[in-house]
Design a protein around this ligand. Sequence first.
Ligand code: SF4
Length: 438
Amino acid sequence: MNAPTVGFVSLGCAKATVDSERILTQLKAEGYGFSANYEHADLVVVNTCGFIESAVDESLDVISQALGANGRVIVTGCLGVKADLLKKKFPNLLAITGPQDCDAVMAAVHAEAPPVHEPFYHLLPPGGVKLTPRHYAYLKIAEGCNHKCTFCIIPTMRGRLVSQAPSNVLGEAKNLVDAGVRELLVVSQDTSAYGVDRRGRADLTTGQALRPHITDLAQALGELGVWIRLHYVYPYPHVDELVELMTSDIILPYLDVPFQHASPRILRLMKRPASGEDNLARVRAWRERCPSLAIRSTFIVGFPGETDIDFQELLNFLRQAQLDRVGCFIYSPVTGARANDLPEPVDSGLAQARFDELMAVQAEISHTRLRQRVGREYKVLIDEVTEAGAVGRSASESPDVDGVIHLPGITEIQAGDFVKVKITACDTHDLTASLVEA
Ligand code: SF4
């Protein structure tokens, strides 16, 4: 008897990708096959995103397509917490489970398409099933969030912060490195808050006392000898300790800090973590301590109550902070978010104009910063090699969200190789380089 096959669609952020990888690893461990299309699968699992309305719409579209093409669909992920909405719209779903609930997904799969083999774990690749290329992987160190940002419903969907034990994180990281991963992307909702829920209790599992704190965790990860890149770090004072690790080359000199705005009034309305910090002073101090530091951030324009003065404050911040990489979203209300009740919504045309202006300002900043890199040499991790050449990233670029470094005509290397390059040109977001040393 052939093993049942599962079609799988993974939507949403890097944290959701890690959830998908856990479910896929378990399915593979139990002998399930995977189908690249809906038609040939015994059933389809859709891991949804419910962060903003456009993500909800995309999730609903995918569920609808999967139901149309296959008919047997299990929904999991963030949108799963809106089971009533889903049941009303799609009464024929096989099952609906919430985020990070691998057990409930597996129970639903077992009920609908029982496995034909006993678990056969040695068939698994050592790092489990990954949705990323073999040379980099996301490492989720915590679930949930203790903050109450008014535009966000993640704490409602994913609960309060629950940090993984340091020994678990390190064990998973070692497995990934053993499986050939060269870069670990550390993710969670609030990476800088890692461990606060464990109240300082040392993890003694490995015989060595591991303090559940992001500085100690980053230091221990850095000892694995691969690139360690931190995402979703808030500007708390202890981030200075992380910058010290970057200065000492223990982790990559890269910080993804989602500032979201620069006007203190809007940050208070958003109820952002560390909103009382002087972010410009923090950025300057970090750069002084670690000149090679690359900073990525995201911002929201058109938040309720945002005035022209607030927006100009945001643009001034960008001009002064000279961040390396910036993403921007136009505010959109999310069902269940407290910001929906705030007065003075911003007209959608005005929000779009602010978005365009912010992106134009940042494009100039990005180009200026990239121009400063022309002529310099960098260690680069190769992501892809085609007939046209290779594409890679230095410590300053994270996969999928930042720009890349093109190496035209370089084909004698492989994805996952580290090479030394010299930057020869740039455009607004990407760089071009020549190979110095393979
Ligand atoms: S820090 Fe704010 S935006 Fe991020 S997950 Fe927590 S509540 Fe949401």
